[in-house]
Design a protein around this ligand. Sequence first.
Ligand code: GLA
Length: 367
Amino acid sequence: MVKMMSVCAMGAVAAAGCSCDRAAKDFGTTKYGEAAHLYVLEGKGGLKMEVTDYGGRVNRLWVPDAKGELVDVTIGFDSPAGWETTDSYFGAIIGRYGNRIANGTFTLEGKTYTLAQNDADHHANLHGGKRGWDGYVWDAKPFTKGDDVGIVFSRVSPDGEEGFPGTVKATVTYTITPENVWRIEYEGTTDKTTPLNMTQHVYFNLDGSDTILDQELQIAASKYSPVNADLAPVGPAADVAGTPFDFRTFQVIGARIDDPDTVLQYGPGYDHNWVLDGAGFRKVAEMRGKTRAMEVWTDQIGLQFYAGNFIKDSWKMKDARPMKRRGYLALETQHFPNTPNRPDFPTTNLKPGETYRTVTEYRFKTR
Ligand code: GLA
C-alpha cells in the first residue's frame, strides 16, 4: 500500500502536514494484519531515532559520543516479525497497565475484573495482556516545533479491551531536542474508572556492545519493592541499604546481579521496582557506558529496572547484531506493580473527567 507520505518523499505531492525528511517508510505487516511504517527523527544535537507506528516502538536510537561517533544503543528488528517471534515489548509503548497485575484480576468500585494471565511463569497479567497496546499500529503524526522534532502517537482503547473497563483515549508524544533529550509525554482520558499505568519499554546498551554488565547505574531510591516468586510486590517497601538493590551511588551492573539474595534471585537478577526518592519532575537515575551516559528524569514514583534476564542468546535482531542475555536493560518509569490490588499504594485509577499526564526524559550526554 502506498502511503501519502511516501508520495511526499518523492516530491510529487506535498501532503498537508507532511515533513518530507520524516516521511513514513513501509515496514511490512504485523501478525494482526496491520500495515506498519518507520519514521526517522533527527535531532540537531546528533541524537537520532528510528521509530515505528507499530506499538510506537523505538527501533534504532543513535547516540553521539564526544567525538561525534554515533552508536545505536537499542534493540530492534528488520520487520514486525522480529518482535512477534522474540519479546514484543522491546522499545514499545506499554498500556493499559505497565508491569504486573497479580493473578490477572482486580476489584474496582465493587466489580471484579478478570484479565489474561499472559505472564505464564508468574500467573500475572503483564503489560496490558495478550494484545497490549504494543500490539497495535498507532496513528502517527510527525512534527517540527522550533528546534525540536517529534512524533505524536494516538489510539483509542475500547471499553472491555483485554478485560479493562472504559474507553481510553491515549496520546504519547516523543520529542527529540537539540540537547539530545528524548522526552516522552503520556496523556489519557477515560469514560469509566480504569487502572492506567503507561510506560515505554525501550532497552539500552550505551556502548552498543553485547553486555550491560560492565556498565554503571545509579538510582535515586532509598527503598525498593520486595516481591514473591511471581514478581508481585509483597509487604511494604524495604530499605535498599545493605542489599544488592542499593544503587544510590554508581554501581557496576554486573557486580551484584547474581547475589544469593532471595528477592533478587526471583528475577533472576534485577527485575524489580525501585521506590524513587523525591517528588515532582526530577532526575531519578543515570546509566554510564564508556563514552556515553544517560540521565533519566521523570515525575513518576517508581522505576522498574529490568536487566534483560529473559533475553535469549539465540534471538536475532536487526543488522545481524548479537543479542545476548543481559545485553540490554530497561528503565521503565511507572507506578508500582500490582497497584490495582494494593490499596496502600498510590492509585493508578483514572476517572472520567480526569486527564492522565506523565513525563519522562532520557537525557544523553558524553563522557
Ligand atoms: C518487564 C518485566 C520483565 C519482562 C519484561 C519484558 O520489565 O518486569 O519481567 O517481562 O518486561 O520481557
